[in-house]
Design a protein around this ligand. Structure first.
Ligand code: ZN
Length: 148
C-alpha cells in the first residue's frame, strides 16, 4: 500500500464515519457557518470552550469528501487543546495545505493526510473550510462574543 492510497483511505474513513458530527441547540457553543461557492460546500462548526480549553467541537455540512472528512479530522485535532494551542495547530495546518514545511510536533494525527491537497489549488478551500469556521469561532470566543 503506498502512502497516497493510505491517505485516501483515511479521508474516506472520516467521510463515511465522521467524528463529532451533528449540531447541538446549546448556547454555550459558538456557532459559525461558512460556505465554499466554488465547490458547493456548506459547513457549520460549533466550538465549546471552558477555562480556555476546547472541550467540544461539532460540525455539520454538505459537500465533497475532502470538505466533510476534513471537518471530522479538524474536530478530533482541536478538541481538548487550549485556545492558544488550537491557534498554533490551525497555523500549521494552513502551512501544510499550502505545501510548506510544518511543525509535526504541533500538527499531529490524521490532519497530515491533507498534505497532497497543495497540488490541487481548487481543493484548498474544501480542505480548510471547517478549519476556517473553527478559527472564526475561537476568535469570537476570545473577543468575548456570544451567539446571537
Ligand atoms: Zn469541496
Amino acid at each position: 500500500m503506498n502512502i497516497e492510497h493510505l491517505y485516501r483511505q483515511v479521508i474516506m474513513d472520516h467521510y463515511k464515519s465522521p467524528k463529532n458530527k451533528g449540531i447541538v441547540a446549546d448556547n454555550s457553543y459558538m456557532t459559525v457557518h461558512l460556505n465554499n461557492p466554488s465547490c458547493g460546500d456548506e459547513m457549520t462548526v460549533q466550538v465549546k470552550v471552558q477555562d480556555h480549553i476546547i472541550t467540544d467541537v461539532k460540525h455539520q455540512g454538505t459537500g465533497c469528501s475532502i470538505c466533510c472528512s476534513s471537518a471530522s479530522v479538524m474536530s478530533v485535532t482541536l478538541k481538548d487543546h487550549t485556545i492558544v494551542e488550537a491557534q498554533a495547530i490551525l497555523h500549521e495546518f494552513y502551512e501544510l495545505i499550502k505545501g510548506y514545511p510544518f511543525n509535526q510536533e504541533i500538527l499531529t494525527g490524521d490532519a497530515i493526510v491533507y498534505q497532497g491537497v497543495s497540488q490541487f489549488p481548487a481543493r484548498v478551500k474544501c480542505a480548510t473550510l471547517a478549519w476556517k469556521a473553527a478559527e472564526q469561532a475561537i476568535i469570537k470566543i476570545k473577543e468575548g462574543k456570544t451567539n446571537g
